[in-house]
Design a binder for this molecule. Structure first.
Ligand code: 3PY
Length: 252
């Protein structure tokens, strides 16, 4: 079974995660050794490429932190390369309809269930050392689709219900932007849409997660029913400390 999905189905509070945007395996490993339960290796909004993903997964593999890899786009060639690099839980951004969700499902599965290309020496198959890799992979891959526009929200139940979609992630920043509230995911309209999206995913029985800017809003979202929450990012936390140190120094 997929380890991230197993965690979501198990007991315990909603796991708290972090976006990894710095692309650094050392940072990923250091964070994993110290606490966050899961992390999104973000190949959408950072310079992280496929080789970086492989290196970051190696580092995270030395820790108990569960990795999710965000693809840059819902595109089968890109998705294939990330899976070959060893991603076993994939977050696919900007899924707008059940049809697009179905395309993401096909991209993560080997035939006959999907269209993922096959290679014998991928990192995913431990470079050929896992003889059952092709037979087992479809059952091990977890697929999370990202909903981030009012258009997608309008059909969130149909998207969430697609067979092979294991969980839904709501992107509040893009959602706010596509609602005309740039950079303001705390806008009441955005917060209301997020709360209703969480409720609607739960009604169709699919786990749902989202991003919070602060620990307080992460806790609120978990109380509202979010099954997994991401708190900020490695770069965000680092820069918050940099700015705080700089202003404290100026105030001396
Ligand atoms: C969002 O909040 O929309 C994101 O995609 C975060 O990167």
């Amino acid at each position: 079974m997929n380890p991230f999905l197993a965690r979501l189905r198990g007991a315990g509070p909603a796991p708290l995660g972090i976006f990894l945007m710095s692309g650094s395996p050392i940072v990923a490993e250091a964070i994993g050794c110290n606490g966050f339960e899961w992390a999104i290796v973000d190949a959408e909004h950072s310079p992280i490429d496929v080789a970086d993903v492989a290196h970051m997964l190696m580092a995270i593999g030395n820790t108990a932190m569960l990795p999710v890899v965000r693809a840059p786009w819902n595109e089968p060639v890109v998705i294939k390369r990330l899976l070959d690099a060893g991603a076993d839980t994939l977050l696919v951004p900007f899924v707008q309809s059940a049809d697009e969700a179905g395309r993401a499902v096909a991209a993560v599965r080997y035939p006959p269930q999907g269209s993922r290309g096959m290679a014998g020496l991928s990192r995913a198959s431990r470079f050929g050392a896992m003889p059952d890799h092709f037979r087992q992979a479809n059952g091990r891959i977890g697929l999370i689709v990202q909903i981030e526009t009012p258009q997608a929200l309008a059909c969130i139940e149909e998207i969430a219900a697609v067979d092979g979609v294991d969980a839904v992630f709501i992107g509040p920043t893009d959602l706010a932007g596509s609602m005309g509230h740039y950079g303001d995911s705390a806008h009441p309209e955005v917060k209301a849409s997020l709360a209703s999206a969480i409720e609607r995913c739960k009604r169709v029985g699919k786990p749902v997660g989202t991003l919070a800017a602060t620990l307080e809003s992460a806790a609120l979202l978990a109380r509202q029913g979010a099954d997994f929450v991401v708190l900020a990012s490695d770069l965000g936390l680092l820069l918050a400390q940099v700015r705080a140190a700089q202003s404290a120094w100026r105030a001396e």
